[in-house]
Ligand binder design. Sequence first.
Ligand SMILES: C[S@@+](CC[C@H](N)C(=O)[O-])C[C@H]1O[C@@H](n2cnc3c(N)ncnc32)[C@H](O)[C@@H]1O
Length: 387
Amino acid sequence: MNFFAELQDHSEVKLSILENYTIPWMRKIILNPFNKSKRCLLIDGFAGTGIYDDNRKGSSMIMVEAAMDFYSQAVKNGWDEPDILIYLNELNTDNHKSLISNIESLGFESMDDKWFSSNDFESITIMIENKAFEEFFDEILNIGEGKTLIPSFCFVDPFGFSQTPFRLFEKYLKNENSELLINFIYEHTNRFITHPNEKVRARISTHMGLVGLNDLSDKVSGLDPLERKKVIIETYTNNILNETDAVHVKHFDIKKNRRTKMILFYATKNINGLKLMKETMWKHDETGLFTYDDKQQMVQLDFETILSTDKQMHINLLSEAIYNNFSKRKNISCEHIEVFTIIETIYPLTNFVKPALKILEEQGKITNFKGRKKIKTYPAKTRMDFN
Ligand SMILES: C[S@@+](CC[C@H](N)C(=O)[O-])C[C@H]1O[C@@H](n2cnc3c(N)ncnc32)[C@H](O)[C@@H]1O
């Protein structure tokens, strides 16, 4: 079947996470007073056609339209025009052609079929390549060798496990402000991890970065599917943390017909990036499992129901986790508690940390507040003692 005939529901959630992350990410980067260059780079290594035959948008179109929306916001608010570079790449010649015509339909024009610009969005520049990902990404990483890339976000959405040499991610994540969202094709990779052919397994190691694959296949053989998935996720997360400069990794499980099809892995060095991605992923599954299950679609999309039934339970659990971590410690700031919540718990900050602290205050477990004007408020600099 032609992949681009119709966007499947489980792929839609992947793209919705991308869409919900991109604009706030650009805003954080461009409006950050410490980012003097006011530029950012979006990369889509497996860009597809831009638009599916059923008229729904693919990743590349989502990125370009997000940049256009952000540009319009900036103009409306009187901010400097945001300087946004977008590098798109698609290997298949027909898909590449469709991609070009879809980008042109947005008003972007090119003299050479590679660099595109628009008079209406002057500070947005799009490059469209027709290469294998390896070559495309290698070239980007070799531009200005030795210098860091401008702040960038790279989306990697292959069909399988053999087109994404992990050494490139290692190199990419050395850049100061670089973030990666990889679509790990779980179903396919899982099947081949224990493949008898050494060459196939070596390919998985080199391309998915699953180092120590022999150990992994020993570990997973005989496990039930859930346990097996847990071990694979843990191994992949640790591989990213150990082999690259990323210090935070977050994943999101995407199921079709009750089976995990793909897992999005997000890697960053930046705690603000992690905070934003957690909030984005949480919005797509408020059960705390960071999972999208197409069979539960109706329930999962009905966030209000989930909020009313489960939210209080989650807030209670977070208050317990905070208390267990800080118990008996003095002079702890709200900022410190927020960092703990982002890194060590499944919860986002918004609508969670403050209600959790309120519970602890009402229970008398936190006292002796300094640096706040009103009780039961928790500005970042407020300090408190845990009893
Ligand atoms: C899963 S699809 C991408 C879907 C796209 N991200 C979207 O949201 O619509 C994978 C795409 O990668 C292309 N592709 C396959 N091998 C590639 C390679 N080695 N380098 C770059 N693109 C490749 C395929 O033609 C296909 O369009």
